[in-house]
Design a protein around this ligand. Structure first.
Ligand SMILES: [Fe+2]
Length: 449
């Protein structure tokens, strides 16, 4: 009996040890980098494409309400914008496409399946594609069909389905995967590796009425990140980190639920790992912020939303001698519409259509907010909303400080200047004293120890 108990104790102890070993042990598959050391690399970064399948809506009241209560995303044209972007890819032939999340409008299964088809077409052009989920993509309780006057709840996808659907776009080629999240490490090039971080918090979405908007990098993932960084160093590779949420605040006023909750901890961790570039999305704002510690800089480059004005994406060029150069480029929807003989007037005059749509959504949003706080006359509310709508066009496109001084003579700006601080005033004033004036470009030299 005693022998039996001792035997059982050893068996349990062995099982426990083995399971702890499995969880904590860093595993990595054999390196097979397609891009060899010394080569220049071009990355395209397109974020928040929010694809919405045309099978989920018709031209009825419900969809119009949904579209017009939004933030300027052209959800009615995601197919066309992504297809036009694919034509840009065909013309420019980047090596790598990175999508930092919010691949779909609200995680609808149909939208995900169509998005994966679009990515397959991009992959066929010889482009390596890497994705991470955003807050809208997994277990989203907001997934809906919009037919007639009705919004009908439909299926979203689980995290397992996300991995299955997007398997060819990062997960299959990952050299290591985190056991606590959908984060993974990919080595598409010998010189530059991608640390694709899952910052979305979808685990509790099932029991919520809305998707969790905020994000974090789970502390359980920290050790895995350190192991990834060590492996990259052993192989003389630099790491670019990618996540949906912001690593650091992109605005003094709008940051709650945009910046990851454990921002400072993750900044310190990534700096310890000698990571200097993070590519993010989520805030839909074109913005670059940096943080310095002990002579080391880390940059969080937030690219604006692909399907909202000015419908741009990031182009990051790596050269082993010069380092990294980031610049934005607008999707050429007009060229795509022309090439495909599209007759839709909005697409044939896309830049104006997208600009007017975004401006109107901004105007409506601020006018409604001003109505609620009932502090101004109707005339004043209209003037302020005009000013903020005009400013937002440039602000979201990445322009700050003296590049937006032409707003000073407007009536709305003068009213804001003369009024006591409140959040709309604070938001507007924050645009004039920012870290960078033009957030559409930056040069980042090679990291040197
Ligand atoms: Fe998002």
């Amino acid at each position: 009996m005693i022998i039996k108990r001792i035997f059982l104790f050893f068996v349990i102890a062995l099982i426990l040890l083995a399971s702890v070993g499995c969880v904590e042990k860093f595993t990595c598959s054999v390196l097979n980098c397609k891009i060899k050391s010394g080569e220049d690399i071009t990355f395209f970064i397109a974020t928040d494409p929010h694809h919405l399948s045309k099978k989920t809506y018709d031209n009825g009241k419900a969809f119009h309400w949904f579209l017009n209560s939004g933030d300027g995303k052209l959800l009615q044209y995601t197919d066309e914008i992504i297809d036009a972007f694919t034509l840009d890819i065909e013309d420019s032939k980047p090596n790598i496409l990175i999508i930092p999340g919010d691949l779909t409008c609200n995680g609808e299964k149909e939208s995900h399946l169509e998005m994966a088809e679009k990515l397959k077409n991009i992959k066929k052009l010889g482009v390596h594609v890497f994705v991470v989920p955003g807050n809208h993509d997994i277990e989203n309780p907001w997934a809906r069909n919009y037919f007639g006057d009705e919004m009908i709840k439909i299926d979203s996808i689980t995290k397992e389905e996300f991995v299955e659907i997007y398997e060819p776009f990062g997960f299959k080629d990952a050299i290591s995967r985190d056991s606590h999240s959908l984060s993974y490490l990919a080595a598409p090039a010998e010189d530059v590796w991608l640390l694709m971080l899952d910052s979305a918090k979808y685990k509790r979405n099932k029991v919520r009425d809305a998707p969790e908007m905020g994000g974090e990098i789970p502390s359980k993932t920290f050790n895995w990140i350190r192991e990834c960084a060590n492996l990259a160093k052993e192989n003389n590779a630099q790491i670019i980190a990618v996540m949906h949420h912001s690593l650091m605040d992109h605005s003094e006023v709008i940051n709650e639920h945009y910046t990851i909750e454990n921002s400072q901890e993750v900044i310190d961790l990534l700096l310890d790992c000698d990571i200097q570039i993070v590519l993010s999305g989520h805030i839909h704002l074109q913005d670059i912020k940096s943080y310095k510690r002990d002579n080391k800089n880390i940059y969080d480059i937030a690219t604006s939303c692909l399907i909202a004005y000015p419908n741009q994406y990031g182009v990051l060029k790596f050269s082993p001698e010069k380092g990294f150069d980031y610049a934005t480029r607008r999707v050429d929807v007009y060229a795509w519409a022309w090439e495909n003989s599209i007759k839709d007037r909005n697409l044939n005059n896309f830049n104006k259509y997208s600009r007017d749509f975004f401006r109107q959504r901004s105007y409506d949003k601020y006018y409604d907010t001003l109505l609620e706080i009932s502090k101004f006359s109707n005339e004043e509310m209209k003037a302020i909303s005009e000013t903020v709508a005009e400013l937002n066009l440039k602000y979201f496109a990445g322009f700050r400080n003296e590049l937006i001084h032409d707003i000073f003579p407007t009536k709305g700006f003068k009213i804001l200047q003369d009024t006591a601080p409140f959040f709309i005033r604070d938001y507007v004033m924050s645009m004039f004293n920012d870290q960078k004036t033009d957030n559409n470009k930056i040069h980042i030299p090679i990291y040197s120890k």
